[in-house]
Design a protein around this ligand. Structure first.
Ligand code: FE
Ligand code: FE
Ligand code: MG
Length: 166
């Protein structure tokens, strides 16, 4: 931990660490939801869905890395036990027990919309108080916005195919 780097944070560092760990929990659950979704998914446009879900899983894991590094910089400890992911999460976890592609993609869209809301709040909170965290969160938020758009475009394609194509 860098002492001066922590001193310039203009908000309660423990509160910030708690918010970052909550987001960290979200990222691991999102990672796994995408990863297992890509393995079990069935139905029209399956290959495109697998490619998108697999890429998003990698992105969510990178977000977890970015947040963990910031938590450590701030003198905190990233969650060490998976059981705490469930205790700390903002956005929860939707198991793809129904592997139909439309259902899986819809569940992931819901997850992205929650992530966008969560990161937008964190962005407002750090805007005036912590430019370093702000910058990290902004990069993540930009990717979550892309994720939502990718999935909604994919869902449109799936719906066209389900109607018998055009
Ligand atoms: Fe993410
Ligand atoms: Fe995402
Ligand atoms: Mg994508």
């Amino acid at each position: 931990m860098g002492t001066k780097g922590i001193k310039i944070v203009g908000m309660d560092v423990n509160e910030l660490l708690n918010l970052l760990n909550r987001a960290f929990a979200d990222e691991w659950l999102a990672y796994y939801q995408y990863w297992i979704g890509a393995k079990v998914v069935r139905g029209p446009n399956k290959e495109a869905a697998i490619a998108e879900l697999t890429q998003h899983a990698t992105d969510e894991q990178n977000h977890a890395t970015m947040i963990a590094l910031r938590i450590i910089q701030l003198g905190g400890m990233p969650i060490t036990k998976p059981e705490d992911w469930y205790r700390m999460t903002n956005c929860g976890y939707d198991a793809p027990d129904d592997p139909f592609v439309k259902k899986v993609v819809e569940q992931n869209i819901k997850g992205e919309q929650c992530a966008i809301e969560t990161y937008n709040k964190l962005l407002q909170k750090t805007k005036e108080t912590d430019p370093v965290t702000y910058n990290i969160i902004l990069q993540i938020l930009q990717q979550e916005v892309e994720h939502e758009e990718d999935l909604q475009a994919l869902l449109e394609d799936i719906e066209v195919m389900l109607k018998g194509g055009r």
